[in-house]
Design a protein around this ligand. Structure first.
Ligand SMILES: Nc1ncnc2c1ncn2[C@@H]1O[C@H](COP(=O)(O)OP(=O)(O)OP(=O)(O)O)[C@@H](O)[C@H]1O
Ligand SMILES: [Mg+2]
Length: 278
């Protein structure tokens, strides 16, 4: 693994009874990149993402974050390690204000006894920080005090993205962030994803929308039947080729692939990497 590799997984698998959701799956995310993840319905993309972000524990396999072995038992452990995720099922609280959504689970208390003893929230401070953060990301909404249920679908998704971008220190994962959006809103969210990357956070973008993936991804992870069948540079393949590999119409050997190291070749890899086997 080069120092460039932020998140790497080897040999991940997960079964549900007779259903093999993930089978000997590899994964590589580099610093500074948007990695598109594509695959048919049921190919196992969400299962992979859940395994990488602590939402499920894989049956086998190893995961390294910045060269260190990790085995998250729940999403909170992944968040503490700097990984923030927008899951396929959108995670905003509609009845709460934008700033309350951004600080959900991480509320700031007021200074002094009012905060420590009486647990009073510092709403003005959270609103100020939220407004700054949203402006920073170029997200325009009328008021930071607006309840999320009064926002458009695109604005809601922007709030979800803004929240993960605010707290992630290593990487951001987004599972179908534009699935329910119109064309204009989709482009706003894609612009936002580009800005998140340009601010230094690598992004994993799972999407069925090939033009979107080809527009923003630096590399593309092609997933089929529970595993990565190819990792390609976006500029090296046509959309037709990527879809053909994804559906099995073409062999992965037919497209130019990115070479990645195996843990064995990796001098910096710590010993005893069988922690994921349980
Ligand atoms: N909790 C579960 N119990 C049983 N089977 C599951 C479970 N979660 C996923 N699966 C199965 O594992 C396979 C992979 O599912 P997964 O949700 O990862 O696919 P996906 O690539 O994300 O699909 P989509 O593109 O539709 O989101 C599917 O066959 C699915 O039915
Ligand atoms: Mg999915």
């Amino acid at each position: 693994m080069t120092t460039q590799t932020v998140l790497q997984a080897r040999g991940l698998s997960k079964r549900y009874g007779h259903v093999v959701a993930m089978a000997d799956c590899d994964f590589d995310l580099r610093a500074g990149e948007i990695l598109g993840v594509i695959g048919d319905n049921g190919a196992g993309k969400s299962t992979l993402i859940k395994a990488l972000t602590g939402a499920l524990v894989p049956d086998t396999g190893v995961i390294h974050l910045n060269g260190e072995p990790v085995s998250f038992r729940n999403p909170l452990e992944a968040r503490r390690a700097g990984i923030e995720t927008v899951y396929q099922e959108l995670g905003v609280a509609p009845a709460l204000e934008v700033s309350q959504n951004l600080f959900l689970g991480r509320e700031q208390r007021r200074p002094g006894l009012r905060g420590s003893l009486f647990r009073q929230l510092d709403k003005p401070a959270m609103r100020r920080a939220s407004a700054e953060h949203m402006a920073d990301l170029g997200i325009r909404i009328q008021s930071i005090r607006q309840r999320v249920e009064t926002l458009s679908g695109g604005q809601r998704q922007a709030v979800a993205v803004a929240r993960v971008a605010a707290w992630a220190t290593r990487l951001v994962v987004m599972d179908e962030p534009t699935a329910a959006l119109g064309v204009r809103e989709t482009h706003q969210v894609l612009d936002l994803i580009l800005r998140v990357r340009d601010r230094g956070l690598p992004v994993v973008l799972i999407s069925h929308d090939m033009p979107n993936v080809f527009q923003v991804a630096d590399r593309i992870h092609i997933h089929r039947l529970g595993r990565r069948v190819a990792l390609v540079n976006t500029g090296d393949v046509t959309m037709d080729d990527a879809v053909a590999v994804m559906t099995g119409a073409r062999s992965p050997a037919d497209v130019p692939q990115v070479q990645v190291s195996t843990p064995d070749e990796d001098a910096s890899s710590p010993k005893g990497t069988d922690h994921g086997e349980r």
